[in-house]
Write a new protein. Structure first.
Length: 65
């Protein structure tokens, strides 16, 4: 549950860019760990074909050909 994890980490002092954003079948939120590393928390609510969806998004972004 991304919302529950977001609230838990926020209470522990983790800094986030914003609240979790819903993308239909998935949600994501970005933050920073205590060392300044960017962390992405991603939840897929419809696990039918998550790898295909990720690959399609990477193609759209030009990350893969």
């Amino acid at each position: 549950d991304i919302d529950l994890e977001y609230r838990r980490l926020l209470a522990c002092g983790m800094r986030f860019v914003g609240e979790p954003v819903n993308f239909g079948d998935a949600s994501a939120v970005y933050g920073q760990d205590p060392f300044g590393n960017t962390i992405e928390i991603y939840e897929i609510r419809n696990p039918e074909k998550p790898r295909l969806r990720v690959h399609q998004r990477l193609e759209q972004d030009g990350a893969v050909t």
